[in-house]
Structure formats: C-alpha cells, structure tokens
Design a protein around this ligand. Structure first.
Ligand code: ZN
Length: 319
C-alpha cells in the first residue's frame, strides 16, 4: 500500500548546534511516526523529499531577499529571538546554514502536494511557513513552502484552482499577501483576532476568533470551510493544520484560543473528512505548534488521513 506521508529525519533539526533554544517542537513528525508504529505494530513508511530548487523559490520570493539569506543577521531578525533564546557564543554553525534544511522542508510540502494530486490525500509531517513574505521572512518563517508548491504546480499545469485552509492560531498573512491578486487561489484563514501579527492581511475569507470565543471555534471553522467550498471548486486543497490553538501549546502569545485535544481532533477530522468525501486532493502541513505536547494533535490527524488512505490500525489500538 502506498504511503501518504512525507518526512525526513532531517526535519528534527538540532537547533542547539546553531545556538538556538526556542520551543519549536521540530520533533513532531518523529513523535507522530513513533506513536503510529506503536499502533500499527510496525513502522509506517514515508517518502523523503529533496530540497526545493531555486527556480521554484523565485516563483514566490525576490532574488534580493534570497541573496540576503547568506547573512546570519537576517536569520536572527526572522526568528525574533528574545532574551537567551539565541546564544551565538554556544553555536557551532552559523544560522544561515539552516538554508539547506529549510529547502528540504519546503520540498516536503511540494512532494506532499504532488502526492495528493495523484493519490487523494497526503501529509508533510512538517512545513507550513505561512508568515513568509516575498521580500522578507517573519515569525520563524523563512521561505513560504505552501506558496512555492502552489505556484510551481500551477506553472507545471498540475493544478489550476487551489484552496488553502489555514487553521493555525496565527493568521496566514504571508499566504494572503502572496495570493491577494490571484483569483485561482482561495485563501481561508481562521485565526486569533488578538496577538501577533498585529497587522492582519486580507485573505479571501478571514474568520477572526476573539478570546473567550473558543467554544465557537469549531462551528466557525467548519462553517467557513463549507462557505469556501460553496463558491469555489478547488482541484487541490492545502490544509495548514497548526497545533498552536491547542490548550497545551506553550507559546505565551497563543493563550487567546485554548482548544482541548478532542476539539483539535474534531477540527482536523472535519477538514480531512470533508476533502476526502468530496474527492478533493488534500495535502496537509504542520505549521505552528510549540512545546512537548502538541505532536499529539498531529498524531490524530495523521491517523485519520492514514485511515482514509486504507491503513487501518489493528483492533485494540487507541481510537
Ligand atoms: Zn501559528
């Protein structure tokens, strides 16, 4: 049976090598695969991506910006380090050497989208850098993997109309900006009205959630997806499945939405099931999610995706 999963052990970047101490949860893919292996009684195979090429990067980003990534100071700005999060004196490698690493993660999103177009559903167990702008990186996002994949696939004639469903805690502002004049890319963002980014961009459909409205989240997110699909028929959906609205996410800035694990599970299953039932190819990416517990959100989503792809865990497994 073909695997719908894209992953590389290199996703679990050792940031200590770069002098960085931030709770990025880069091991989410590894944690998901370990739990799935436990459920299924064997390792679930995955496909390893190669790095995305410069011509594809330049479909989204300016040559000046890409050139500037050779300078470690530009990376410091993108990661917005606070306090002791960056200790250059402890680094064994300069930050700009993360470029190859980021290119592979972007290649993962490209590969997952290609696999979705062939097989229906696929997941990159990483990626989702939805804040990157064409001329600068922001909010931990260096290259906009989703936009690079979408532009490349469209250029190659592999798809024409794309729906990007972004349920990360933070607005998919880079995505909104990049595709604001492209009627063939529908950008839907359900996000916290409060917190970063202070200045929001205009998506095709924005659904801001205010603090105290967590109980309305599932209804609004589900309704927004159905609204998008009622007027737009995509031949690919990219699901930006950020786990930072989860109550156990540790980033202080994500405190305004606190969904339980069960609610996160319902959220992800609604998106996956809707695409599967309508026969819309869907590729998911992880996007935001911080701290030691958020991987469990992605585990349940990946498990659902595997079930749609024909992988069923033996009886007795969690579920
Ligand atoms: Zn986020």
């Amino acid at each position: 049976m073909q695997t719908p999963l894209v992953y590389s052990p290199t996703y679990n970047t050792d940031l200590k090598e770069f002098g960085v101490a931030k709770p990025f949860a880069l091991d989410r893919g590894q944690c998901v695969l370990e739990r799935l292996a436990d459920d299924f009684g064997r390792a679930i195979p995955f496909v390893e991506p190669g790095p995305v090429g410069l011509p594809d990067i330049l479909l989204v980003h300016t040559p000046e910006y890409v050139e500037s990534l050779g300078d470690p100071r530009v990376w410091q700005e993108i990661f917005e380090f606070k306090g002791s999060e960056y200790r250059p004196e402890k680094a064994r490698r300069p930050l700009n050497e993360l470029f190859e690493d980021i290119r592979i993660k972007c290649g993962g999103t490209m590969l997952a989208a290609e696999m979705a177009l062939q097989g229906g559903l696929a997941a990159n167990l990483g990626g989702g850098y939805h804040h990157a702008f064409p001329d600068r990186g922001r909010g931990f996002c260096v290259l906009h993997d989703i936009a690079i994949a979408v532009r490349s696939l469209k250029k190659r004639g592999l798809c024409s109309k794309v729906l990007i469903v972004d349920l990360d805690f933070h607005q998919g502002d880079g995505t909104a900006l990049i595709f604001q004049n492209d009627p063939d890319v529908y950008t839907l963002s359900v996000h916290s009205d409060e917190g970063w980014p202070e200045e929001k961009q205009q998506s095709t459909l924005d659904v801001p959630i205010r603090s105290g409205e967590t109980h309305l989240y599932l209804e609004r997110a589900g309704g927004a997806l159905l609204t998008a699909l009622s007027g737009f028929t995509p031949d690919l959906c990219v699901y930006v499945a950020g786990s930072d609205p989860y109550e156990l996410d540790v980033l202080p800035g994500t405190r305004f939405i606190n969904l339980t694990l069960e609610q996160m599970r319902q959220r992800d299953e609604f998106v996956i099931d809707t695409c599967a039932n309508l026969g819309i190819p869907m590729a998911s990416v992880f996007a935001g999610g911080y701290g030691p517990d958020v991987w469990e959100v992605h585990y349940w989503a990946t498990r659902r995706l595997l079930e749609h792809a024909g992988w069923t865990a033996p009886a007795g497994a969690r579920g």
